[in-house]
Write a protein that binds this ligand. Structure first.
Ligand SMILES: O=C(O)CCC(=O)C(=O)O
Ligand SMILES: [Fe+2]
Length: 380
């Protein structure tokens, strides 16, 4: 194989910093756990084949298949590159706490980039066993703001390339499909609100759900109370063999997302809903205890959260015929920017003490996130 620019850049970094022990040849590769043999009520999600995107009539065909949750395949990143990111995630979480806490999140500032230690979750009763590492965009706005452990420093060119590929190959094409569904005169309308180079809070995430004892699962009600919507435009989740993710259907039933080979699961999230006055719906989802035959495994995740520019006003798009005809209304009592929305929702997500107090204020299972917009608790 020819040497790529990424390989050259990584090799140079390695020589300059003696990162040789972090080269992939010296990192034990991540091995995906086996799939469950249990017969679970699986979600019937459609798969959008992004290879169709550039064919004649392809975008229109794909746009017709959009739902609040779906898979995409053929997104231009082969399994080897995806697995290298799983390997980095595994080795990152295996670092000692004393190392990881050097990169710990500033919870009070609702700044989610960096390492989130276990036990800070709003979405489960009892303490969660989840660790997260969020990596911002590779743009001037974030340059020098967040340090990385040497393990990841050694691979930043590849992480950047991976993140940019997700944005270009998945997020932007999906935004054009939304524009088609919304009958926007400008197919680039949403794309222009999601420029990679402009300041926005998109981020790439490594995540691990540690295995838990039966008692621990029972204390957190097996994750059943964790229903939520994500705050951005769309969330991309890489194929996850350890079952756990469930999606709430319109019929009020939770179904399990299965591990389709070569796919990413896409969840629509709050911001695309805000921009369409609730016409496009966020996917309500939760992560529950894996089936018995997978409980022993750690559940390692790779995710990408797409968000519009921080200065985007979260109002329904005005030049959509579809939205005009359905008479949608703004979802906030005042003009709210993406930056304000992110801060409001992240404050609740990162600070369990603040969240518990705010959820208790109304006492009806709802919380005011910002300017008259409420999140609700979903039933078990
Ligand atoms: O791990 C998953 O499958 C989903 C995680 C999730 O819902 C989230 O981080 O918002
Ligand atoms: Fe989520």
């Amino acid at each position: 194989m020819a040497t790529t620019a990424i390989e050259t850049a990584t090799a140079k970094l390695s020589v300059e910093n003696d990162f040789s022990k972090y080269e992939f040849a010296n990192l034990k590769p991540y091995v995906h756990p086996p799939e469950t043999k249990e017969n679970l009520p699986w979600s019937e999600l459609v798969t959008l084949d992004l290879e169709d995107y550039n064919r004649s009539g392809g975008k229109e065909r794909l746009a017709k298949q959009l739902e609040h949750a779906f898979y995409v395949k053929n997104f231009g990143l082969d399994q080897e590159r995806v697995d290298r990111q799983f390997t980095l995630a595994k080795h990152f979480f295996e670092l000692p706490t004393s190392e990881k806490e050097k990169f710990e999140i500033d919870y009070k500032a609702a700044d989610y980039n960096g390492w989130r230690r276990p036990g800070r979750s709003l979405i489960a009763d009892g303490r969660d066993a989840i660790e997260i590492y969020n990596i911002p965009k590779f743009t001037d706005d974030f340059k020098g703001k967040y340090d990385q452990p040497d393990l990841l420093k050694a691979h930043l060119p590849e992480i950047e390339e991976f993140q940019r590929a997700l944005h270009a190959n998945v997020v932007l094409p999906l935004l054009r499909l939304f524009a088609i569904v919304l009958q926007l005169p400008d197919e680039e309308y949403l794309v222009k609100q999601h420029t990679y180079e402009k300041k926005s809070e998109d981020h790439f995430r490594y995540m691990v759900y540690h295995a838990r004892t039966e008692e621990e699962w029972a204390a957190s009600k097996y994750g059943a109370t964790g229903g939520h919507t994500d705050l951005g435009t769309v969330t991309l989740l890489f194929r996850q063999p350890v079952a756990g993710l469930q999606i709430l259907g319109e019929d009020g039933n939770w179904t399990w997302v299965s591990a389709q080979p070569g796919t990413i699961t896409v969840n629509l999230a709050d911001t695309i809903s805000h921009l369409t006055g609730g016409w496009l719906k966020s996917s309500v989802h939760r992560v529950v205890a894996p089936p018995k035959d997978q409980r022993e495994y750690e559940r390692t995740g790779l995710l990408y959260f797409a968000r519009p520019h921080n200065d985007t006003q979260l109002l329904p798009i005005t030049d959509s015929l579809v939205l005009q005809e359905s008479g949608v209304k703004p979802r906030f009592e005042k003009i709210v920017t993406m930056e304000e929305w992110v801060r409001a929702k992240q404050t609740l997500q990162l600070n369990p003490e603040i969240a518990a107090k705010r959820w208790a204020e109304r006492g009806d299972g709802k919380v005011e996130v910002l300017a008259g917009f409420h999140d609700q608790r979903y039933k078990e």
